[in-house]
Design a binder for this molecule. Structure first.
Ligand code: SF4
Ligand code: SF4
Length: 299
């Protein structure tokens, strides 16, 4: 596998407004998500705990799913949810606020939803190579290549974003995929108290989750036991409280970007130096790890 990622960030940014016909969709599968986030990278339980331990509990958000035909399901706020034993199934991923970016080989800076850890100026990941770097990101697009499924890199190429997938042989040391029966309790979780979700599901569906909504799912993921449906109530409660109280640069930056952003896909009305100042104010200057730039980086 060999990729040319410079100037791309196609797997970290919602670039549907730039080329809707070439972009993919998280809603293609048999169990479409309730939310409309593009390219959500699911975290393992241990990764979610790692973010909590670093005070980054406010960087994560849940995803729930509509059931496929024949699935166990539970109905909350008028919405059918995929469930196991009456418990709604969910994953946890990284939040994507609007940021001023020029991805997939474009020059014009636009407001597009982008991963909280994406440096909008270099289009590099702020936690690349760090212990917190999610497995889904470090192995991408290995599983797609192994399954002969379309990659985001090829979609970017189809959108005219330049040559991206230089060598499509999957790596030999790919870990188990994030989904499948082995994933229960380690990447895919079941929320143990469905009766508490009244109102929460409507807000997830409408893209209007609160701090408390997100924290309850982060808590349940952190309290889950890999390979099972069971949840450790003490760990769940502790993790939920830590997620609710988190006050990191990431959570503050998400708020700051939402306050400043223009409409989805709109051109950013800032020159380069004003944009850099804003990124420094909201991210680097507030504690975000820096990125090295592309000089000397192979691909
Ligand atoms: S963690 Fe890094 S690589 Fe993964 S989606 Fe976010 S910015 Fe992209
Ligand atoms: S080339 Fe592929 S892996 Fe690299 S940033 Fe673009 S979409 Fe992501």
């Amino acid at each position: 596998m060999d990729l040319r990622c410079e100037g791309c960030a196609g797997c970290c940014v919602d670039w549907r407004p730039l080329a809707p016909e070439a972009a993919g969709s998280d809603r293609d599968g048999r169990r479409p998500p309730l939310d409309d986030v593009y390219g959500l990278a699911p975290l393992t339980r241990d990764e979610a705990v790692g973010f909590l331990d670093r005070g980054l509990g406010d960087a994560m958000a849940p995803r729930l799913f509509e059931p496929a035909e024949g699935d166990d399901r539970v109905r909350i706020d008028g919405t059918d949810l995929a469930a196991v034993d009456g418990r709604p199934v969910f994953v946890v991923g990284l939040r994507k606020p609007p940021k001023p970016v020029a991805p997939i080989g474009t020059d014009t800076v636009r407001w597009l939803d982008a991963c909280v850890f994406l440096d909008p100026t270099t289009l590099q990941c702020r936690i690349h190579g760090d212990e917190a770097y999610p497995r889904t990101c470090s192995t991408y697009p290995g599983h797609n290549l192994a399954l002969d499924a379309e990659t985001e890199c090829e979609r970017v190429e189809a959108a005219g974003g330049g040559e991206r997938l230089l060598d499509g042989d999957p790596p030999a040391d790919l870990p188990a995929p994030a989904f499948g029966p082995q994933a229960m309790g380690s990447t895919v979780f079941a929320y143990p108290d469905p009766d508490d979700l009244e109102g929460v599901i409507a807000r997830i569906r409408d893209g209007e989750t609160t701090v408390g909504d997100r924290a309850r799912f982060v808590g349940a993921a952190a309290g889950s036991r890999p390979g099972s449906l069971s949840v450790d109530r003490d760990r769940m409660g502790d993790a939920r409280a830590r997620a609710r109280e988190a006050d990191s640069w990431a959570g503050n930056a998400i708020r700051g970007w939402h306050e400043r952003a223009g409409a989805d896909g709109r051109t950013v009305d800032l020159d380069d130096s004003a944009r850099e100042r804003l990124v420094r104010e909201l991210e680097d200057g507030a504690g975000a790890p820096g990125t090295p730039g592309w000089d000397g980086v192979d691909s």
